[in-house]
Design a protein around this ligand. Sequence first.
Ligand code: FAD
Length: 382
Amino acid sequence: MIKSAEVVIIGGGISGCSIAYNLAKKGVKNVVILEKEYLASGSTGRCGAGVRQQWGREMNCRLAMESIKFFENAKEELEYDKDIEFKQEGYLIVATTEKEDNQFKENVKLQRKLGIPVEYLTPKEAKKIVPHLNTKGVISATFCSKDGHLNPFLMTDAYAKAAKRLGVKIYTYTEVIGIKVKNNKIYGVKTNKGFISTRIVINAAGGYSKQIGKMVGIDLPVYSERHQILVTEPVKPIQGPMVISFSLNIYCQQTPHGSFIMGRGDSNEPKDLRVTSSWNFMEQMTTTAINLLPPLGELRIIRQWAGLYNITPDKHPILGPVKEVDGFYLAIGFSGHGFMLAPMTGLLLAEQIIGEKTTIPIDKLDKDRFERGEMVLEPSVV
Ligand code: FAD
């Protein structure tokens, strides 16, 4: 293993690989990714892989909009030899409470102002888009045809291969076990395979980001929570868009291979690093799914699994340097939507590290916003 690096990125998920690619593309030499297992083994490879621009706050809308523009051309930009399976057939988000309907009206105003092509629909109009949707109890819906989903393994692989071609070194099965800090400056990282001296470390460790923070003596304002998901047998295509309801607590999409993938949030989920599956999840998930999308009751489940959401108090990520330790950067706290934001995460972190003006102002995404009382809560999350 190499002995020194310009930048060390901890975590080989979509964020770490995107940051590495963007740094190398901007000419930074000797960038290293350290991954304790294999690429995409964390939340990235366990996620629903939905990408949407329909957010309730400007920051998430803008990060997602720019990221989707990237996904649309990712294969060409990254010179990837496979299809990344970007199925851009929209997100249909249904409201089942008056409060939610009011929020959707606000969301649509904001999204349209930003140029997001979103429609506000009656239940009847929503049913035209997803004919098997049970509209009983549905008050309204919003739809953006440019949202969708793509394959998280292929997308991570595309970034990793492009990064490698630009000189990035990727060490899998290499765990960071300590970070050397002296006089509030980064001096290097200790791994299970040796020491790498560096002045810049990026914490892109997903669900483990708090543990990495502790290595430099910082208690990061994030926690991890198990989120579960399941997949059915494949069937012929019947559902174009991802269907979501925040109030019913469900997201559900049909992948290009024909399987349905669905997940839900649960505030009673363990807030630790557990990624076991539960029977309770499967019961609640299938009950909600069959009620909202009745034909799904005919399908067999083939597998369920779990991954970690790394969550901030305002459901926005934390991006950028910290004031306590010179050279320590964060790309954490994606609160369940870090896959879709990864193109912007990579670009913005690279811009910050080399001292460029960021494409979008992100000083409000620093970790100290909570202490300053400046957080803006994102309402539209599962
Ligand atoms: P990760 O993919 O978790 O990568 C971090 C990596 O760091 C891991 O591979 C881990 O092994 C490694 N690591 C940790 N500690 C160390 C160490 N000490 N040394 C070396 N390596 C280390 N997002 C969306 O945008 N759309 C969705 O539809 C969506 N659905 C989701 C559904 C579920 C069930 C879950 C769990 C998440 C979902 N997310 C979704 C969130 C998304 O998965 C994450 O926000 C995103 O993948 C974060 O990527 P990351 O690279 O930051 O973290």
